[in-house]
Design a protein around this ligand. Sequence first.
Ligand code: BGC
Length: 537
Amino acid sequence: MPGLTATADLSRVEAPVTVKAYLMCAFAAFGGIFFGYDSGYINGVLGMDYIIHTYTGLPYSESSNKDVWTLPSWQKSLIVSILSAGTFFGAIIAGDLADLFGRRTTIILGCFVFIIGVILQTASHSFGLLVAGRLVAGFGVGFVSAVIILYMSEIAPRKVRGALVSSYQFCITIGLLLASCVDYGTQNRRDTGSYRIPIALQMLWALILAIGLFLLPESPRYFVKRGQLDKATGVLARLRGQPHDSELVANELSEIVANHEYEMTVIPQGGYISSWMNCFRGSLRNPSSNLRRTILGTSLQMMQQWTGVNFVFYFGTTFFQTLGTISNPFLISLVTTLVNVCSTPISFYTIERFGRRPLLIWGAAGMVICQFIVAIIGVTDGDNPAAVRAMIAFICFYIFFFASTWGPGAWVVIGEIFPLPIRSRGVGLSTASNWLWNCIIAVITPYMVGPDKGNLGAKVFFIWGSLCAVCCLYAYFLIPETKGLTLEQVDRMMEESTPRTSAKWKPTTTFAAAMGIEDGHLKQDIIQDVERKGSVH
Ligand code: BGC
């Protein structure tokens, strides 16, 4: 096989991207529907007459005082945030399960845990069971949301990895949209169908994902980690549409193996606690240390939440109501959700064409401008109907910038920056950080904008705008460019460059070449070593 050891240009020796590869990843992305639907449906359900009537004993709304016509704040807050508690812990545990049982199996397990949670919620006729069901379902969503990113990043061909992982974000946006539509359709029912239909429908997403995943292959990197090289070869051949004994497959596998062997020599081995500690080892000053990567992944997801996007999705309707001149706030919320869905696919192209770094830097800059415009109009001319229309337009532009950059970008990058020995936990921790900040923001925002609390109104956009300015600097100084590289090359790039020089970095050698592996031919001693290490995990 010409080339592999003489040059690190893998494009000359890799399998072409097949339609099958696209379809497999596109299917896995379906897990995003869970994420979006589950975070989206509850707001509508909590405002439904029937739920309020059942939980509080209040009569139906037309005969009651609208001021008291709501669930008590503590109940609302508990029902909304308990899901994030479940997802937070679910995402952390998921990393371990994904290394133990496999990525695919953990996602399937997550679907079943989720279904149990949904059954409890659907059966509930009281507050307690609804909360318990949300907690259990949260675990399932945590498993699915963390491991899907890991799985997709590991099976996708490098040239389209960014685009394929972005399709996960696209599914999140569709999930949010579906949730608003279903809530809208059932909100006026005066029977248990009002909340049971939106809740029970989620089982369908879980069943489709679980059944579909039975048919998809496991990640080859999982088999390498477990020392099962035959199985790794088999699934790689399936994924790349090549025969079992293809040299292209042998080359790709040898690079994954060599990279894993290399990482195992630099990462201390030990028991369970020590292997967790590996996520936090190394110096903060070194851009390739595990500590730095873990902080990068978790902080990137934190920054994604700091863009303030969920202010619009969770509290948009209430905010639009405060802009007195709007007759149908629900419709405006629906428009922002639609802008979110329609703008995300732009990233399928731009994330591969321009790269992750420019998208995150310029996306944040775009959001800063839009948010400051909204805030300035709000404080200067907030009662004028034309000014309110302009504010809504700029909120839509802001969502456009989020959906086409930070929405998908944050997920793509966390799937790429971790080396195999800590990848599943790193992605799990980063996903947990997303849910944690999602929850923190959901809890504190009402205090910032509530008329009886901070009453910031449109001024809240000064806060989101300033945080987006921090996001812009953060991306400029800390995010490396991972476009077009294999996950193993990303590992090397992070060792040999800094975030600001990363875009110019070119691979000059491969891990396989450095280990003396020629033409993808793994020597017996390496095979035995990998199998031995895998079997002791
Ligand atoms: C974020 C969610 C957000 C959604 C909106 C996701 O990437 O993590 O918190 O609600 O995008 O599309």
